[in-house]
Design a protein around this ligand. Structure first.
Ligand code: C5P
Length: 231
């Protein structure tokens, strides 16, 4: 089985458009990320349609609730047969442990990763919610806790990867958005790196949305990215 490092963000508001787009992609070259907007519109049956096309799915619902509720939600998400799911590290140690426990004994458990701090959080937001220290100090602290709780990895900026790689288990996986192939526009991403730079910095999986989903020829963009990565 191929293990594509590219995860295409399926940021569409309805199932029809998303499915038409997915038909243009090759599941041996990429996985697909379904987030809150599309999942709320299209639901679990749509996830099944994407998996029937052969795609591994990252269900990006960022669970954050009391431990019992997250444990139950993770168990249901896992039963959909998706490849990766995620929770918020800020839910705390007990919530992270509960999410891990939900996957014990599962036949083919999804990879379970956590969001440390949202990249939309700046130092003002951090102070407003009562977190002390810098963004990178908080990311590192939360990542260590996620690792201790036995999760498989985190979602982070590729620019944070080198510092994290020095501190975390070597098999801990880093999933990195904020990637822009050379020549594409940054859109609203502020700290971007190219696919090759992200891998060189220590990223395992690259989440890329608009440069592919808004391209006239998405398969050509993917071909370019894979060439850049030498795969
Ligand atoms: O279109 P673009 O490549 O910017 O899309 C990136 C995807 O990764 C979006 O679905 C966005 O919500 C997600 N994401 C992100 N930054 C994070 C976490 C997730 O851009 N820190």
């Amino acid at each position: 089985m191929p293990d594509p490092r590219l995860i295409v963000a399926l940021d569409f508001s309805d199932a029809k458009a998303a499915l038409a787009f997915a038909h243009r992609l090759n599941p041996e070259q990429c996985r697909l990320k379904v987030g809150l907007e599309l999942y709320t519109a299209a639901g679990p049956l749509f996830i099944e349609s994407l998996m029937n096309l052969g795609f591994g799915i990252f269900l990006d619902l960022k669970f954050h609730d009391i431990p019992n509720t997250v444990e139950r939600a993770v168990r249901v998400a896992s039963s959909l047969g998706v490849w990766m799911i995620n929770v918020h590290a800020l839910g705390g140690r007990r919530m992270l442990e509960a999410s891990r426990a939900a996957l014990e004994g599962a036949h083919q458990p999804p990879k379970l990763v956590a969001v440390t701090l949202l990249t939309s959080m700046d130092t003002v937001t951090l102070a407003e919610v009562g977190l002390q220290g810098s963004i990178s100090q908080n990311v590192l602290k939360l990542a260590k806790m996620v690792d201790e709780c036995g999760l498989d990895g985190i979602v982070c900026s590729a620019l944070e990867a080198p510092a994290l790689r020095n501190t975390l288990r070597s098999q801990f996986c880093l999933v990195t958005p904020g990637i822009r192939p050379l020549g594409s526009t940054p859109d609203d991403q502020s700290r971007i790196v190219t696919p090759a730079e992200a891998i060189a910095l220590g990223a395992d999986y690259l989440v890329i949305g608009r440069p592919i989903s808004r391209a006239r020829e998405p398969d050509e963009v993917i071909k370019g990215i894979l060439m850049e990565l030498g795969t």
